[in-house]
Design a protein. Structure first.
Length: 231
């Protein structure tokens, strides 16, 4: 019988050797219960029925592409909070960016190190378990209510992914101070080393788009990173 603290991970991947490699290493790491699906349709169905704690989702899948599965899950309030780590055999930046814009929490390019995947999973899960501070934050028309996990612009609610929410909250808490990309990767994403600072740029761009005109409050400091304007 699995321990109550075990986390269920759904692996949606059609390559059996990849599934076996991930399952073996997750079981060795301990604390994980494994569920699998070999195509996009089955993966989407399992995700909705089982409500796993985490999803590892391949980009290229039979019946329904991984990006479509990700888009559907992240647009549904019932499954939006489930973290998704995308696997891709493609090295092109566009695939990674599209995955992140659809709400994926991270991506790993094949071939990958199972140890790195487990480190990423744990970092993402730590982010989700972090207790938000209750203090409301405002910057111009933008208001963050951490207790309710809500963001509004001019009184109108804006739907952000968990990463976008934490990124905005971090910038607002450190208003006026420049935040270097690698520091944001550490504090927001939970990475202890620089993996890909373009991840930060992609999320900042997406966050600005969602905030509309109010997004101008996030300034780019060329060669360093980002900061929230003081006034």
């Amino acid at each position: 019988m699995d321990a109550p603290s075990s986390k269920t991970i759904l692996i949606v991947e059609d390559e059996k050797d990849v599934v076996d490699l991930l399952a073996l290493n997750l079981r060795k790491a301990g604390g994980f219960v494994i569920s699998t699906a070999s195509d996009g349709v089955a993966g989407l169905d399992k995700a909705r029925r089982e409500k796993p704690d985490f999803i590892i989702l391949d980009l290229m899948l039979p019946k329904m592409p991984g990006l479509e599965v990700c888009k559907i899950l992240k647009s549904d309030p019932a499954s939006r909070q489930i973290p998704i780590l995308m696997l891709t055999a493609k090295a092109e930046e566009i695939d990674r960016i599209v995955g992140l814009e659809f709400g994926a929490d991270d991506y790993v390019t094949k071939p990958f190190s199972p140890r790195e995947v487990i480190l990423r999973i744990r970092a993402i899960m730590r982010r989700g378990e972090a207790t938000p501070e209750d203090e409301r934050l405002t910057a111009g028309p933008i208001t963050i209510d951490p207790a309710r996990h809500e963001v509004s612009v001019g009184g109108k609610r804006v739907n952000l992914t968990s990463i976008e929410f934490k990124l905005l909250r971090t910038l607002m808490q450190r208003r006026g101070r420049v935040q270097e990309r690698d520091r944001l990767l550490n504090d927001v994403w939970g990475y202890e080393s620089i993996i890909d600072t373009r991840t930060v740029d992609t999320h900042v761009r997406r966050l600005r788009e969602k905030l509309g005109k109010a997004g101008d409050v996030i300034e780019t400091v060329r060669g360093f990173g980002y900061r929230l304007r003081e006034n």
